[in-house]
Design a protein around this ligand. Sequence first.
Ligand code: MBD
Ligand code: FE
Length: 282
Amino acid sequence: VTVAVKATAAASGASATERFLTDKTGTSAPGADTERVHILATEMISAVHDIVRRHQVTYEEYNALKSWLISVGRDGEWPLFLDVWVEHVVEEVATAARQGSKGTIEGPYYVPGAPELPSVSTLPMRDKEAGTELLFQGQVTSASGEPLAGALLEMWQADDEGLYAQFAPGIPEWNLRGSVVADDEGRFAVTTIQPAPYQIPTDGSCGRLISAAGWHAWRPAHLHLKVSAPGHTTLTTQLYFKGGTYVEDDVARAVKPELVIDPRPTGDGGCEVTHGFVLDPA
Ligand code: MBD
Ligand code: FE
């Protein structure tokens, strides 16, 4: 008997869409600024017109586009599509003036409210969770070098099969997700496993676009983090592994050199890395 371990586009897309609608809507009201909406909408529509003229887009292609756009919504893949192909530029613009640690995109799979854990802890995981053990430790400081006591490190990651709890079936709710509270010196030491690279579901609209265009569907293995402390700007980031597959060719274009860590083997089959975070003032 085989259990369905596949993260289908429809299931993970529906979860990601639900997640977005729960946490991210109503936080701002850009619709109130008519002039801004006018400018952005006009330029976006004009960009489409330019592409149609430049490439002599046919009715067949127009209808293929229409059909594909409808299917993205039906599959719940708008969060995935936008976070993979658009968010990295929004993040670049939003954080251009940042002095502290570099961040990168959040992606579609953050869930607030993961179990709170002490500064020295192991992320929630199954008995004999597959994957190389990783000790991830460091310190959270301010831009002026002060330790940030009690800083919060919200971590989430894929497992050794590249699957995220709450977005793929059969995984315990908070597996490899935790809210680590740093100690009085802002220090933390978290034991986890090295995640596997993540493949965008191939059975949905995003997967169909990727194969139709001859692209690949992969993100390099990564740890996700939101690092926060009172009076400071929350850092949303990811860490990648030096030499890992797709580090140089992330479908989501979210890798930056500062985000690549290089854990060293500890001799007992695991590995260890020290990596700190510097938060900007709010
Ligand atoms: C991911 O795991 C991810 O981090 C992003 C940005 C997009 C899709 C899947
Ligand atoms: Fe991810």
